[in-house]
Design a protein around this ligand. Structure first.
Ligand code: ADP
Length: 447
């Protein structure tokens, strides 16, 4: 087992990883920017190293500074968390070359899945169904138009290097495609330094269903069921639940074993998630995230498995201690992502936390690095807390979520708590009848 893990991240996820390490008897090293000197993960870690100024480029994305911090503290492994370096194959390679263990999949798998065009080609070759679209990157508007003619409008232009919904544009006809194509390329170039794009049929009313996977160095892969992440705004998840209210046991088994089988054929190791769109009884692979995900928590709640602990364990080379038959599902879980932003305008709201009271009680979990007096910095992602609730049934879970949101007090910054209260009170949500377009249509109806 590792003795000391460096956590190359910040915020709630750094804390989440620290907690798993602590419970495993592993010492932790926090790295932080000058803006995060007072952050909770820095306070709780055994050691901390300042790796640069506030701008992520000069701190959390600063490879030499992170590797130096690992060297001087004598860490034996690096956990990249979520975002920042988590899907940077070159970083993973350098971590390994410098003699540290990398708590993640192989750089090769990160590279394959990081390029969505290659990812789709790879999984199609292994028998996974994908959304109809271009066979590869689309290099000109003329090619885009001919692909669109053959698959039919509307189409979605997506960035090969995409993430966070960036570089994604819908076109309903040829004229729109002309503009959307240029816009998507420009956005992709600005966000990822790579303007390669591809085309997909824009599905009408799908749900976002994803499968949590975990593989070891010995060819074993287990899946932990699905998460339904269809409540989205701008292609970004807002509320997630497990299991999905839209799947029956047979469909769950079908998509779960399909994903696990594909990961096994790939020789995938570490934690990962295969994302699918689900429409009219069909599953279409859209991408694989080669890392932990924010919403891994709801899977933990219904399976009782600490995914970060297992992720660290398999990174040591130890075999998975769990077989597929050991994975049991119990009850229902929902997560609300709470952001420091205005609940109606979505304007970011950094600032100092004046009051903080987290809800508690049976089945309530809050993953957050907030405390009274903490200053939410303006430099990073606006998510400040995850409220995760478990219930024996979906209804119990919903009732518990409502009372937990009512108890939650965060003062000093605007938060999305009022928005979550409204979403979960909607009959469509209560009935589990929503798709990936539901939230934006609901907001339009309200304005
Ligand atoms: P990113 O990596 O940028 O998050 P994804 O490929 O995971 O991009 O897609 C994000 C979201 O965009 C999906 O959850 C879904 O809501 C929407 N989306 C992606 N592909 C399609 C499609 N072909 N048709 C309709 N919606 C899509």
């Amino acid at each position: 087992m590792f003795e000391k893990v460096l956590i190359a991240n910040r915020g709630e996820i750094a804390l989440r990883i620290h907690r798993a390490c602590r419970e495993m008897g592993i010492k932790t090293v926090a790295v932080h920017s000058t803006a995060d000197a007072d952050a909770m993960h820095v306070r709780l870690a055994d050691e901390s190293v300042c790796i640069g100024p506030p701008a992520a480029k000069e701190s959390y994305l600063n490879i030499p500074a992170i590797l130096s911090a690992a060297t001087i503290t004598g860490a034996d492994a690096i956990h990249p968390g979520i975002g920042f370096m988590a899907e940077n194959a070159q970083f993973a390679e350098m971590v390994i070359e410098h003699g540290f263990a990398w708590i993640g999949p192989t750089p090769e798998h990160i590279r394959i899945m990081g390029d969505k065009v290659t990812a789709k080609k790879t999984v199609i070759g292994l028998g996974l169904p994908c959304v109809p679209g271009s066979d590869g990157p689309v290099e000109s508007f003329e090619v885009a138009a001919s692909v669109a003619d053959s698959i039919g409008y509307p189409v979605l232009i997506k960035a090969a290097a995409g993430g966070g919904g960036k570089g994604m544009k819908v076109a309903w006809d040829r004229d729109q495609l002309r503009e959307a194509y240029q816009l998507a390329r420009g956005e992709a170039r600005a966000a990822f330094g790579n303007d390669e794009v591809y085309l997909e049929k824009y599905l009408a009313n799908p749900r976002h269903i994803e499968i949590q996977l975990l593989g070891d160095h010995h060819g074993n892969v287990v899946h932990f069921g699905e998460r339904d992440c269809s409540i989205q705004r701008r292609h970004q998840k807002v509320v997630e639940e497990a299991p999905s209210p839209a799947l029956n046991a047979e469909e769950r088994e079908k998509v779960g074993s399909l994903a696990a089988r594909t990961a096994k054929l790939l020789g995938y190791r570490g934690a990962g998630t295969m994302e699918f769109l689900y429409e009219n009884g069909q599953f279409y692979f859209i991408e694989m995230n080669t890392r932990l995900q924010i919403e891994h928590t709801i899977t933990e709640m219904i399976t009782g498995v600490d995914l970060v602990r297992e992720q660290i364990k398999v990174a040591t080379g130890a075999p998975l201690g769990i077989t597929q038959a050991d994975v049991r599902f119990n009850g229902h879980s929902i997560e609300c992502r709470i952001n420091a932003e205005h609940p109606e305008s979505f304007m970011p709201s950094p600032g100092q936390i004046k009051q903080y009271h987290a809800p508690g009680g049976l089945g309530v979990r809050v993953d957050s690095a907030l405390y009274v007096g903490y200053r939410v910095p303006p430099h990073y992602d606006s998510m400040i807390a995850k409220l995760i609730v478990h219930g024996n049934s979906r209804n119990e879970c919903l009732m518990r979520l409502r009372r937990a949101l009512e108890e939650f007090v965060i003062e000093g910054v605007d938060t999305s708590i009022p928005l979550h209260m409204k979403i979960i009170a909607e009959p469509d949500f209560i009935n589990g009848q929503y798709d990936i377009k539901w939230m934006e249509e609901w907001m339009k109806r309200r304005s």
